[in-house]
Design a protein around this ligand. Structure first.
Ligand code: PEP
Ligand code: MN
Length: 347
């Protein structure tokens, strides 16, 4: 846990102090990004190597392990020299297997050699304690698994982090990875998954329901002033409070029935909930386009009901129903309902 970005020495140390007060020291790894892969070049790009010194100070002052994001071999070297314990690979880098490969090779150079081999004037930095690999920005389970394989060649323990795609979970992808690699711990990143601090408490129960292995969340000493991902960061105290309420709920539930079978059902339900969300959101977007078509039709004196168009779509759906392996009557019924609602949008 920790802020999205290391912004200043004061912000990093204050967040660590608040975390220590809220959670104690042994229960978290302190995270902060110093090189931020931002969408726009005008956004805050991170504090760079100076930020590593603030993280190292957190480690010295509070005795916690520290983590940062690496996207290049140079980042790996600088982070390990500063004593960073855990390296994580972000979703954008995770989408590029060549980048992950070069990072793995850089880590390997530290991992395979003797830990305290003296170079000209410094002690060689040790290998990291652990590596975290986020899912790629695109929902590609195979690539995520491939990246796990690339990193585990270093011999350093690897954990997967499910941060979702865009600001949504992608349980189907996570389920594939969980099934293929049950030996790899999987953490939930509810902050990037939702992009909204208010939604983080709704996502946290998934850790227990799905039998995940932990949480990688963003907390900030003053979230509204954060230079990156301000909307999704909570204060350490807020995070602790939502964790507490969930834990007390699950302590009771876990006395009842957390078997492997029930976890599999929960994974499948998570997948189906996600598909339902997509379904309803797609229908809502369709109605929106339909409304805009209605405006155009009115402006151009065209009737809302166009029997030819209705018929053409019905014919297309008959062919599609075969391809999809769904009964044509079932598709027809749904299409009629959608069409009826669409016409209402154009009244
Ligand atoms: C982060 O953890 O701060 C981050 C940039 O995450 P992601 O790669 O998941 O967007
Ligand atoms: Mn972030």
């Amino acid at each position: 846990m920790g802020p999205c970005s290391a912004e200043s020495r004061e912000q990093v140390l204050d967040t660590a102090r608040q975390l220590k007060e809220a959670c104690g020291v042994s229960s978290f790894i302190f995270r902060a990004g110093v090189w931020k892969p931002r969408t726009r070049p005008s956004s805050f790009q991170g504090a760079g190597e100076e930020g590593l010194q603030w993280l190292a100070e957190v480690k010295r002052t509070y005795g916690v392990a520290i983590a940062t994001e690496v996207a290049t071999p140079e980042h790996v070297t600088a982070a390990l020299k500063a004593g960073v314990d855990y390296l994580w690979i972000g979703a954008r880098t995770s989408a590029n297997p060549l980048a992950v490969q070069t990072i793995a090779e850089a880590i390997d150079r530290f991992a395979v050699r003797p830990l305290h081999c003296k170079t000209a004037n410094a002690v060689r930095p040790a290998a990291p304690v652990g590596l975290l690999i986020k899912n790629p920005v695109n929902a590609d389970a195979g690539l995520w698994i491939g990246n796990i394989e690339r990193l585990e060649k270093t011999g350093v323990p690897v954990m997967a982090v499910h941060r979702g795609c865009g600001h949504k979970p992608c349980w189907s992808m996570a389920h594939i990875v969980r099934t293929a690699r049950p030996d790899i711990p999987m953490l939930l990143d509810p902050s990037h998954m939702s992009g909204d601090a208010a939604k983080v408490p709704e996502l946290l129960p998934k850790v227990v329901e799905l039998g995940l292995d932990g949480v990688m969340a963003e907390v900030h000493c003053n979230p509204s002033q954060a230079l990156s991902d301000a909307a999704q960061q909570m204060t350490p105290r807020e995070f602790r409070d939502s964790l507490d309420s969930i834990l007390s709920r699950f302590c009771l539930a876990s006395l009842i029935c957390p078997s492997n079978e029930s976890k599999e059902l929960e994974w499948l339900r998570a997948e189906i909930d996600e598909l339902d969300d997509t379904l309803w959101e797609t229908i809502a977007s369709r109605m929106d386009v339909s409304r805009r078509i209605g405006i155009w039709k009115k402006a151009n004196g065209v009737a809302a009901l166009q029997p030819e168009r209705y018929k053409a779509i019905s014919e297309k759906l008959k062919v599609k129903s075969e391809k999809l392996g769904l009964p044509s009557e079932f598709i027809e019924r749904i299409w009629d309902l959608i069409h009826e609602q669409s016409l209402k949008q154009q009244e």
